[in-house]
Ligand binder design. Structure first.
Ligand SMILES: Nc1ncnc2c1ncn2[C@@H]1O[C@H](COP(=O)(O)OP(=O)(O)O)[C@@H](O)[C@H]1O
Ligand SMILES: [Mg+2]
Length: 260
């Protein structure tokens, strides 16, 4: 690591020496990252670097071959996905984050499964306040929404459970810049702004570093660099050096090598 990490707040999510992959072949190797409550932490890296694989090892979709994942001091490494959700993980995958045939309202209700009455209504109001444009589409099937609205719905659905840790895999992929900004604003307000820990994979490095406090760069399944957003923004050729592109500026990604 190039930068000292001493000044960071105590971790809520603590990933320590995690290797993970498919069919016991490690793709992600010995990765350690931390996210504190109230903080947005960014993971950057070129397509195929293993960002989604790392996230799956955190959510429990993939087992860790080495290392540990802790949430709020509890080791969840051997727990399945549902148990980790009960420990506070909310996950917005890159695709399959909504049920396309169901309406906006039904998707949101599914996110609030298990909650009832006034509690459920309060939660609904909370997420509609975050993304008011979902209110006007309340009765529409999710499959008829624009890409931006659909992503807002995916985030709203995850937030219904009021997760303490919100994990988002490339939420702005394929979105026009203004829409991407709106989606990120919702993540800031409903995530870190609401005291949650947020782990964000983001292709728009400049935009991401504006909202994040800390960033990690992953290449070939390994951490190459990490630092405060301020430190990373000051690196002139960040994109060129680590992310396999000409500039560190906003990039319309949509190019995800895998659709994971
Ligand atoms: N389901 C899978 N089975 C086998 N290999 C996979 C699978 N998904 C992704 N991979 C491989 O893992 C590597 C990292 O992929 P991924 O974590 O999706 O990268 P990123 O999210 O950074 O683009 C790639 O080489 C990819 O081909
Ligand atoms: Mg990915």
């Amino acid at each position: 690591m190039v930068f000292a990490m001493g000044e960071r707040a105590q971790a809520f999510l603590d990933v320590s020496g995690v290797s993970s992959g498919y069919n016991r072949v490690p793709i992600v190797k010995n990765v350690s990252i931390q996210v504190a409550l109230g903080e947005i932490v960014l993971i950057m890296g070129p397509n195929g670097a293993g960002k989604s694989t790392l996230i799956k090892a955190i959510t429990g979709e993939l087992p860790a071959l080495t290392g540990h994942v802790s949430i709020d001091g509890v080791d969840v490494t051997s727990m399945g996905e549902e148990d980790r959700v009960n420990h506070g993980i909310g996950y917005v995958p890159q695709s399959k984050d909504v049920f396309p045939p169901l309406t906006v309202q039904e998707n949101i209700e599914m996110g609030g499964y298990g909650f009832k009455g006034k509690d459920l209504k309060d939660r609904e109001e909370e997420v509609f306040a975050l993304f008011p444009q979902l209110l006007t589409s309340r009765r529409r099937a999710a499959r008829t929404l624009s890409g931006g609205e659909r992503k807002m719905l995916g985030i709203a659905r995850a937030l219904m459970a009021r997760p303490r840790l919100l994990i988002l895999d490339e939420p702005t992929a394929n979105l026009a810049p203004l829409i991407a900004e709106k989606v990120l604003q919702g993540i800031v307000a409903g995530g870190a702004g609401a005291g949650r820990a947020v782990l964000l994979i983001e292709q728009r490095v400049s935009l991401g570093l504006e909202v994040a406090s800390w960033g990690y760069i992953l290449t070939d399944g390994q951490l190459k660099l990490d630092g405060s957003a301020e430190e990373l923004r000051a690196i002139p050729d960040l994109g060129k050096l680590f992310l396999g592109r000409g500039t560190a500026g906003p990039v319309l990604s949509g190019s995800s090598g895998s659709s994971q």
